[in-house]
Design a protein around this ligand. Structure first.
Ligand SMILES: [Zn+2]
Length: 422
């Protein structure tokens, strides 16, 4: 893959050119490359004003899934960046040159930046981060036939927020981010000019530590953290996961009592303030809010009846975020909502899940030291720390036995035939 860079007005344009090995790689990959250019409007910042290591890092995050065995960066980077990035890249290598005259990027600024999506998780992250945090929202331009309606949800929230138009999600087929941290690319490119020294993400406990999936993941010592942490640090930036120890239940609690709460909307199908009430995120969120605020008027029955997406997600084995679904069902009076019985019978309701409204304190290592205390204090205003017993529930999380049990299989087959009776 060869990448070049050009400027058109305020837009910075990445141009991707595939080579034989990339096409070979893509032919056996689940995702495709549907475009060859990505435009990012950085509001007048010129290519020459951006440290080449930040451009190098952005190029890697953009092309990561598309590269066969060689990646040629659009600029000469520092020797240190090239060496450290190549030390962690295993499926392909960066084959372009470095320039010994370029000093590695080492930001003077110390402001925290946050890759902000407007959903509950990144709103919760913003709520516990320092007030000088710069949330950067990537605004995807609407294209015809798109199922999303982004409606630039944030303008005035009392933060130094940046809304950056960027179409890089269209590079990928199906449309989406081409790597886990690609939504931080605008923030990374802006970091130098805004004095930003660390890049935060709204990654939560479920995604980091695997709870709700089949097995616990030792995230802070795991390969994901090592890979992305090394890449960011090669470009002089610290990675930060302020809510890595907070579950989806915890972020709902934070967002529910934070002044930023109104802002949060995880549903990307509906319009601002009007979630679609048909998608899986809407269903999970409403189910949880019924558990957290019993008696709330929510029409879950029609969501289950009318949304094939909800039916498909609930028919998955395991269900995505099964821990949160179970936590919710345990706290809902099934007598009042008898249509949830089939779902309840599918879940391991004997699980002790009180840990989900507590904070997993070993995750503090995922927060830069500079503002770690601040985040810990803020989180402690919303929730308790997990006890040792609760930590061990997390650290021993393993759904295998339950998923293999007759009880779960029977519940699954009853639930998946239930849709016809609804
Ligand atoms: Zn929705």
């Amino acid at each position: 893959m060869r990448v070049s860079l050009s400027q058109e007005g305020e837009d910075i344009i990445f141009q991707l050119e595939t080579e034989e090995a990339d096409l070979e790689h893509l032919s056996s990959s689940k995702i495709g490359l549907s475009g060859t250019t990505a435009k990012i409007n950085l509001g007048g910042i010129k290519i020459d004003d951006i440290h080449p290591d930040l451009i190098g890092l952005s190029t890697i995050l953009m092309c990561h899934q598309f590269v066969g065995n060689e990646l040629h960066l659009p600029v000469l980077v520092s020797e240190e960046f090239l060496e450290r990035a190549n030390s962690i890249l295993s499926k392909y290598k960066i084959c372009s040159e470095s320039n010994p005259e370029i000093a590695a990027n080492s930001p003077i600024g110390t402001r925290p930046g946050l890759a902000f999506s407007g959903g509950a998780d990144s709103t919760a992250a913003l709520s516990v981060m320092p007030g000088n945090t710069v949330p950067v929202f990537m605004n995807r331009p609407i294209r015809e036939g798109s199922m999303y309606d982004s409606d630039a949800p944030i303008k005035k929230i009392g933060y130094d927020v940046r809304v950056i138009d960027c179409d890089l999600e269209y590079l990928r087929e199906p449309v989406g981010f081409p790597s886990d941290l690609a939504h931080a690319i605008p923030l990374i490119l802006l970091s130098e000019s805004m004095g930003i020294g660390s890049i935060a993400f709204g990654t939560i406990l479920e995604s980091a530590y695997g709870i709700g999936h089949e097995h616990y993941i030792d995230y802070q010592n795991g390969s994901h953290m090592r890979f992305y942490g090394t890449l960011l640090s090669a470009a002089g930036l610290e990675i930060s996961l302020p809510v890595g120890g907070v579950s989806e239940v915890g972020t709902a609690i934070i967002v529910g009592s934070s002044p930023l709460g109104e802002l949060a909307q995880s549903c990307i199908r509906g319009k601002k303030g009007l979630p679609c009430m048909r998608c899986w995120k809407c269903f999970r969120k409403e189910l949880l809010s019924l558990a957290l605020s019993p008696g709330k008027d929510i029409d879950l029955l029609s969501m289950m009846r009318n949304s094939s997406e909800v039916q498909i997600k609930l028919s998955a084995y395991p269900i995505s975020h099964e821990n949160v679904v179970t936590y919710s069902i345990q706290r809902i009076d099934i007598g009042e909502y008898p249509f949830l019985r089939a779902l309840r019978n599918r879940l391991d309701t004997k699980l002790e899940l009180s840990l989900l409204d507590c904070w997993y304190s070993p995750s503090k290592i995922l927060i830069p030291e500079r503002y770690r205390m601040h985040v810990m204090e803020k989180i402690s205003k919303f929730m308790k720390r997990m006890s040792k017993e609760q930590e061990s529930v997390l650290e021993n999380w393993n759904m295998d036995d339950y998923l293999l049990s007759e009880e779960a299989k029977k519940g699954h087959s009853q639930l998946t035939t239930y849709w016809q009776d609804l």
